[in-house]
Design a protein around this ligand. Structure first.
Ligand code: F6P
Length: 520
């Protein structure tokens, strides 16, 4: 894969050019181009066959990206080898050079090499057989699944199950990640051990939190006199040998390839709880939606490429306008866990300080992702967005079709608020009678983007998540960093073990804390 470092002379010259461009306000950008909305937004429509049609609107018109910025970024994409990096991603190239691996999450939904897609299809069928067997009673009555995993082995399943099981769930899923025993106790309290299965989700099958929780869950089944507790455990892992060693029978191990990264693994057997909760038909639609977004990402060029354009906006604000954070507000209860999911996807992928060639980066990398749910957030944090001193680009995400069946007034108000926030951030103004009270003034010219889906079904959720995966990848290519490793989590893991065992050389503050808690 051709991935030059961001400090290459050609790239540096483009960044310099971007920094020197005239900064037009949003009002000026709209005034200067009556076709700005058409130019900066696009509707994507897909026919997914059995999964039906799917549509979404991406509106980046309320950002400060003008024609000059977009042209410069298109030049940067060329210089940074975006096209060949994208080919390498889907072609099984080594896009994760520090670990010497490809990144084959795309193949899990049919976007990859023939061999990778074939393997993925076999794994999917294997998962489908187990899901069907459980639904058909091969394990007795199964009402609950306690899904144990952490990070990428939990955030995706948690988001997807929460988003897609509001109307109907075939099995009640509880995702437990934290090693804090309270998390597991809460799941135990909501489940009947007689009718509960346990999924242990861990790419490595060595993660302390997951293995500790898994052992406690097994003990809970045994303490409650459930027949053959380990016969009720399913392992979702890229390390089947470890799962066998731990005591899971091979027939209940659903493997996935090592080349699928943890935070990109929802499409693999890590998606088992979703498949169990919504059924294989919807899970297949979820994959189809993601694959449709892959196709768009692979085929669209320059500013017509939705995820690339979103990445360009992210980089423009973090590197040119100095924004340290970006906010995401879902105007849909079903996407309440999306900001948490995106935090890991974006911050663990692109929170890096060195380029692919190991040189220090010369500009900021991923912004801090944060957010919440509208309209709740309007009554909590939007004050700062409108009147605070930080410039924070915001993404709004909503669905045209409502998720509820109450009076349509609810949904009308929800979407009206969503659109009004973007408009208000941009317009600014003064709310005082004479228009002069500084405390009631709004500077305006604050950027936002809006993603509006036709309906939040399984396919659309798949497309939405794939959109963000590609946004992260495109951003990484343009910055010259590797989005697929995560060595930044290792030092803390090692030191946690040292603190726990008391064997290590600790600073005075840590020693005092350990003493106060009776550790070590
Ligand atoms: O500690 C970070 C991390 O490695 C994540 O990247 C990953 O999603 C999570 O831990 C869980 O890892 P595993 O699936 O191997 O248990």
């Amino acid at each position: 894969m051709k991935m030059p470092s961001s400090s290459s002379t050609a790239a540096k010259a483009i960044w310099d050019k971007l920094a020197k461009l005239d900064r037009k306000s949003l009002a000026e950008l709209f005034a200067g181009d009556e076709r700005r909305v058409e130019a900066m937004s696009q509707r994507l429509e897909f026919d997914l066959g059995e999964a039906g049609p799917m549509g979404l609107l991406l509106d980046w018109s309320k950002t400060h990206l003008g024609d000059a910025e977009l042209s410069a970024f298109e030049e940067l994409a060329d210089v940074m080898g975006f096209g060949s990096a994208r080919d390498a991603l889907f072609g099984g190239g080594i896009v994760n050079p520090t670990e010497g691996r490809p990144a084959t999450h795309g193949a899990m939904r049919g976007s990859g090499t023939e061999a990778d897609c074939e393997e993925a299809d076999q794994l999917l069928q294997r998962m489908g057989m187990l899901v069907t067997a459980i639904h058909e009673g091969a394990f007795g009555e199964v009402k609950h699944l306690i899904h144990i995993g952490i990070g990428g082995s939990a955030l995706g399943p948690d988001l997807a199950v929460d988003a897609l099981t509001r109307d109907l769930k075939l099995v009640d899923v509880h995702v437990v990640s934290n090693i804090d025993g309270l998390a597991l106790e809460q799941a135990f309290a909501a489940c009947n051990p007689e009718t509960t299965m346990i999924a242990v989700a861990s790419k490595t099958f060595t993660t302390t939190e997951t293995m500790t929780n898994a052992a406690s869950a097994l003990k809970w089944l045994a303490d409650n006199k459930v027949d053959d507790p380990s016969g009720r455990v399913v392992a979702l892992t890229a390390n089947p040998e470890k799962a066998v060693e731990w005591g899971v029978d091979e027939t209940r191990i659903l493997p996935f390839p090592e080349s699928v990264g943890g935070r990109y693994s929802l499409w693999s057997s890590i998606g088992f709880p979703l498949a169990l909760a919504v059924g294989m038909e919807d899970f297949t639609a979820f994959l189809a939606g993601a694959q449709a977004m892959d196709t768009h990402f692979r085929e669209a060029e320059g500013r017509a490429n939705g995820p690339l354009l979103a990445a360009v906006g992210d980089l423009y604000y973090s590197r040119i306008r100095g924004c340290q954070t970006r906010a995401v507000f879902a105007y849909d209860e079903r996407l309440g866990l999306l900001p948490d999911y995106l935090q890991q996807l974006e911050m663990e992928s692109n929170g890096k300080s060195v380029t692919v060639s190991g040189e220090p980066v010369d500009a900021p990398t991923a912004a801090i992702t944060w957010g919440g749910v509208g309209t709740d957030a309007q009554h909590a944090v939007f004050q700062l967005l409108h009147q605070g001193t930080h410039l924070i680009p915001v993404d709004f995400i909503g669905s045209i079709a409502p998720g509820d069946e109450l009076d349509p007034a609810h949904h009308k108000a929800l979407l009206s608020n969503c659109f009004a926030q973007g408009a208000a951030l941009m317009a600014g103004g003064n709310m005082s009678a004479d228009g002069k009270d500084p405390a009631r003034g709004f500077a305006g010219d604050r950027p936002s983007a809006t993603i509006l889906v036709d309906d939040l079904d399984a396919a659309t959720l798949g497309a939405l998540i794939a959109f963000h995966e590609h946004r992260v990848f495109a951003g990484a290519v343009l910055m010259g960093i590797n989005p697929f490793d995560q060595f930044g989590v290792e030092l803390g893991k090692k030191m946690a073990k040292e603190v726990e065992s008391g064997e290590g050389d600790f600073d005075a503050s840590t020693k005092a804390l350990m003493e106060a808690a009776g550790l070590g």
